[in-house]
Design a protein around this ligand. Sequence first.
Ligand code: E4P
Length: 240
Amino acid sequence: MKIFIDSADIKEIEKYVSWGICDGVTTNPSICLKSGVSGGEEGMKQRLIEIARLIAPQPLSVEVTSDDLEQVLNQARKFNTWAENITVKVTITDRNGNSLLPAIYRLVSEGISVNVTAMMTFNQAILAAKAINAGMAKTSARKIHNISIFAGRISEEHGVEQAQKVLEDVRQWLDFHNYKNIEIIVGSVRSPENVDLWGKSGAHILTIPPEVLAKCLLSARTKETVVQFINDASKAMQQL
Ligand code: E4P
């Protein structure tokens, strides 16, 4: 299972790269806002290119800022030129529930790596996978594509077990139908308990916000044990 950092904060990403646990980064407009990205599209471009360089060749998901089909296509094509390791993120539908699968199918067929995002159901995920697969049949490019299932948001409405079931069912479906090059990303991870559960769902990737990742390392008993070792080490050194 891979770990992505769900952030556009350079310092946080640098930290987890230095820990050796960053297999990629995911962003979206809300994350860019939270991470203090400013300066309009140029500011966003500079920050995202910096992240892409920092983690290369690992992938960076960059989300389009429009839900209009033509604008999605144009923006995605533009973002794709910013760095080789950029995956373009497109929501499964627009704000009114209209399908964005035509854009997804088209972009994949043009050889652009796509991450279909904001998905809550099994049905959405398999339709996204089918559109990606159909796009892949039209190109010789062999890129990895993602389907992002927002497990945290599913849980808020239906509980963590339902989120787990969606993840397990989608993974089983992908494997059963031999869908290659499509990896599930678990999104909206809120706690170490979520990591503990969904890390065993069969999803290929968990994208984790820095604050949750930091908590995953902690255990009161570990701290207590390290204190004991350090104290005993200094006593032992005095006796030598
Ligand atoms: C995933 O790629 C998304 O960026 C993210 O996990 C969404 O999480 P949210 O529910 O906190 O917006």
